[in-house]
Design a protein around this ligand. Structure first.
Ligand SMILES: C[S@@+](CC[C@H](N)C(=O)[O-])C[C@H]1O[C@@H](n2cnc3c(N)ncnc32)[C@H](O)[C@@H]1O
Length: 293
């Protein structure tokens, strides 16, 4: 974190009172759309809802507009803690219709950053366009598989790559496309259970090494090449308590997606080192820094 005199401080990230301030009057609030600001203004007992949204796994009584803003505040505080430049370049594979990284970059940079995603699903991309119409920063969404990132983008051209809840997206796509599901064209959420069931089936059969891991590691290793030397890769995941004991949901696999990614990266030869930030739970977040020359 950076304090008022611009010096790095050792403040723990994501303190609920500070996050509540960021989303209700501060840096994140300023970059929300008018519709979301109105929605948040109507939320009673905001501090409690923020504390709930910061918990992992996510509790049953989660308030969605608060969770979305809190996720943006979490990325914002990580960008601050890493002291990323205001005019930073941000790569996010698999954005879908999800705004936290975009809002965090807009807040951190005052609109000076630039942002790019490779994303397959078209309907979610259109929803994202509507949700981000007010954002000042240039947003570029390329419709392609993130495994093809180096066909579109130059190595070393990004300050940070953000895998926001994207490990499962990449695994789900990897097991669903070969089974005939065209994930570019579907209505994502009504089809997601089927994707997760296929993923669970493959994981139980020990098949992830052949399908899932290669696709994820391709996207991750391309992202390592896309960030500049000293640049960062951020990964987060969270689980919903409502899936505890749901028979078709692979709780253990999803609980351990970040530790599994950490292990696969550690077993690779990728030139990265892990950073641990105070207050950031390594079960749900992974922060890597490129050590490439
Ligand atoms: C449900 S959205 C999730 C958005 C965001 N990651 C989140 O969890 O909030 C999933 C998105 O990931 C995209 N996706 C999954 N695998 C992908 C891949 N290999 N390349 C590009 N996009 C991918 C899908 O097309 C879809 O738009």
């Amino acid at each position: 974190m950076t304090n008022e005199s611009g010096q790095a401080s050792r403040t723990s990230l994501w303190e609920p009172t500070r996050v509540t301030e960021e989303i209700s009057t501060g840096a994140i609030h300023r970059v929300l759309s008018d519709a979301v600001k109105l929605e948040l203004a109507g939320v009673a007992d905001l501090h409690n809802k923020v504390s709930g949204a910061l918990q992992d796994p996510k509790p049953l009584d989660i308030c969605m507009p608060v969770l979305d803003a809190v996720l943006a505040a979490q990325y914002y505080e990580v960008f601050q803690a890493l002291d990323l430049p205001k005019d930073m370049t941000v790569y996010e594979p698999c954005v879908g219709a999800s705004c936290p990284v975009i809002l965090a970059a807009e807040a951190h940079s005052g609109g000076l950053a630039s942002y790019l995603s490779l994303n397959l699903n078209r309907r979610l991309r259109e929803q994202l366009r509507a949700k981000t119409a007010h954002v000042k920063m240039p947003l570029d969404i390329i419709e392609d598989n993130a495994q093809e990132a180096l066909r579109h983008l130059h190595p070393g051209s990004f300050d940070v790559a953000c895998f926001h809840h994207a490990v499962n997206d990449i695994l789900q796509t990897a097991v669903s496309e070969p089974r005939g599901m065209d994930t570019t064209d579907i209505d994502w959420f009504p089809n997601e259970r089927q994707m997760i069931e296929w993923l669970a089936e493959d994981a139980a059969a020990g098949l992830l090494e052949q399908r899932g891991k290669p696709e994820l590691m391709q996207v991750v290793s391309d992202a390592v090449r896309l960030v500049r030397p000293g640049g960062y890769l951020l990964f987060d995941h969270f689980n919903w308590c409502r899936f505890i004991d749901v028979d078709w949901f692979p709780w253990d696999l999803f609980y351990n997606l970040i530790p599994m990614t950490r292990q696969w990266v550690a077993e690779s030869t990728l030139p990265v080192a892990e950073l641990r930030l105070e207050g950031v739970n390594p079960q749900w977040w992974l922060v890597l820094q490129s050590s490439a020359e």
